[in-house]
Design a protein. Sequence first.
Length: 194
Amino acid sequence: MIDVSQDRLRALEKVQLGFIRRLLCLSSHSIKAVLYTETGLLSIRFRRLVLCLRLLAYMVSLPSHKYVHLALKANISLVQEGKPCWLQDLRIALARLPEPLHLPLNLIAASNDDIMAIAKKVSQVADRELQADIQNNIRVYLLHNRLEPREEGPPKRFTCTLRHYLYLIPNPKYRNALTWLRCGQHDYALESLR
């Protein structure tokens, strides 16, 4: 289902944020962007768009006699008539992104790779938005321009990934302390950076 209603989307995001905050033992005042960059999760807004685009890529790749492909053709004709439908909702949701994206004009001629390229762009838009939020927030100065260690090669910048300290530190108290420090929620940060 595509989120066209902003109120319903906010309700879903609130549940997702509450879950991640509880998982990381962070307060309700923690910075939203950090929740996604530290866990490697996509915001539900972007995740649901990517899932819909994957479904569309599957629909486009099917032979024309399959029912799913016929449903896609019916959606295309509804869009052309200006009537509400799943495909129209997808177009609206893509246009509302911080960097608006658009589906190919001729979806029947589009390939699976064309649609998956749009799904990849949605993930890139999410990463850029999160990186900008991190860079512009003084409370998380430890996360500015950070590089992550890799098995081979020099460290590299990853905006969204499950951070190594979340699974390598076995003691929950130590893990929580490091999480609070990195996420700008330790006591000293609250006093000096607000």
